[in-house]
Design a protein around this ligand. Structure first.
Ligand SMILES: [Zn+2]
Length: 256
């Protein structure tokens, strides 16, 4: 149970906007700022006052709305120290492995380099809710634009070590494409097959596939299956290390 109300909506084409609010204190946070107008509209609709803006990484589709939202709400903007020169109007920079407080709840900042070098994610430790940005997606993981496969592997591993009942929100709705890929490389896995069908149905009903849970991802996300012997065998990588299996999966997805 959480005291927070979480409101998720699509911005741009496939970015997720997400607002986390505590009705008792009136504090409201947005994770990333993909689209100022859309976020503003949702805030107005819910009668919320934006107090915090947490930025996962510097890509334009995550920071586009900062200026407008900061001007209108005078919210505190927090984001990665390593990308402070590319992200406008940061009030507080975060290096990872520290905690911030939001409405009396501790949020762990976790460094997850790979997609970008400064990427950070936000874990509400008490509520077990993770905002994974572009590091992990439903049945997928972020493209490795700046880091190495090894860095991304270590970042994904940090997520895999969180409690299994962690609820995960992601930066994009890529579920259908990810499910197709997962099924293509692991066609005989019953969990993946079932989930593919579930996603197909959900998308056809124009509903959101997210949030997900770590427990479900552990069984169906090919980027978390690097030590599953059956999966390794399907890839022809039975003798490979976990990192090699992860890297092979990432390369295949890049070329899918
Ligand atoms: Zn990105």
């Amino acid at each position: 149970m959480t005291k927070f109300e979480i409101h998720q909506f699509i911005c741009r084409t496939d970015n997720y906007g997400v607002l986390i609010s505590d009705k008792n204190t009136g504090l409201t946070m947005s994770v990333d700022a993909p689209d100022a107008m859309k976020i503003d509209e949702e805030l107005e609709k819910k009668k919320l006052n934006l107090t915090h803006l947490l930025i996962t990484h510097k890509h334009q589709d995550h920071i586009d709305g900062i200026e407008y939202l900061k001007k209108k709400y005078n919210c505190t903007v927090l984001g990665p120290e390593l990308e402070k020169d590319q992200i406008p109007q940061l009030d507080i920079t975060l290096i990872g492995d520290e905690y911030i407080d939001f409405s009396g709840s501790p949020i762990k900042i976790i460094e997850t380099p790979g997609h970008t070098l400064g990427h950070i994610i936000f874990f509400f430790e008490r509520e077990k809710i993770l905002f994974a940005g572009d590091t992990l997606f439903l049945m997928g993981c972020g493209r490795v634009f700046e880091g190495t496969h090894e860095q991304m592997f270590e970042s994904v591993k940090k997520i895999r070590e969180l409690p299994a009942d962690t609820v995960i929100y992601c930066g994009h709705e890529y579920s259908m494409a990810n499910a197709k890929f997962a099924l293509s490389i692991y066609p005989n896995n019953k969990n993946i097959k079932n989930r593919y069908e579930y996603i197909q149905k959900t998308v056809s009903e124009k509903k959101y596939c997210l949030p997900t849970t770590l427990e479900v991802e552990l069984n169906t996300n090919p980027f978390l299956l690097y030590d599953d012997p059956v999966f390794k065998n399907e890839l022809g990588k039975i003798k490979s290390t976990d990192l090699e299996v992860f890297s092979e999966t990432r390369t295949r997805k890049d070329n899918f």
